[in-house]
Design a protein. Structure first.
Length: 166
């Protein structure tokens, strides 16, 4: 029986990525025309690592940065989200192994400033880390959001915000 890969191994497995491909007819309804970059996991992690304490970024901002970096029309929403999730779990795995400087996954939010319930420890862990950095929260239905998250966007996310990503 083959052993399961660690989160660190999953993060390091680029699988021949990044790759820029033409948006096919089937994808046009959702994504429009042009090209899509399918990023490597470590590229997503590298962007997440750059978000300073007290600042935030969204998955859509990461996608826009990746698209710009690769000269593509868009960044793939599916793989970018999956790779952010892998980066978050790899960071928690590193913390469990005694590392102190890890990817600050809690600073990466979903669209509109929503906390990601699929990150390690769920919303409670994200809130704890973000609260320690001075953020406040609002609940809308069952979902949690960072209040005034646009004011806390990182410098590079702020530049992408002009694209009205959130």
């Amino acid at each position: 029986m083959q052993a399961r890969k660690t989160w660190q191994e999953k993060l390091a497995d680029d699988k021949g990525l990044p790759r820029v491909v033409k948006i096919t007819r089937g994808m046009r309804a959702c994504w429009g025309r042009g090209t899509v970059v399918i990023p490597a996991p470590r590229e997503v992690d590298a962007i997440m690592r750059r978000v300073p304490k007290g600042r935030l970024i969204t998955i859509n901002h990461i996608r826009a940065l990746l698209a710009k970096q690769h000269g593509a029309s868009i960044g793939c929403p599916i793989t970018t989200g999956i790779f952010a999730w892998i980066a978050a779990h790899a960071a928690q795995e590193a913390v469990a192994a005694g590392k102190r400087r890890v990817t600050p996954w809690w600073r990466t939010l979903k669209t509109g400033g929503q906390l990601n319930e699929k990150y390690p420890g769920g919303v409670a862990a994200s809130k704890k880390c973000l609260r320690a950095e001075g953020h406040r929260f609002a609940r809308r239905g069952r979902k949690w959001f960072v209040k005034d998250f646009k004011d806390a966007l990182s410098r590079f996310a702020r530049g992408m915000a002009k694209l009205d990503l959130d």
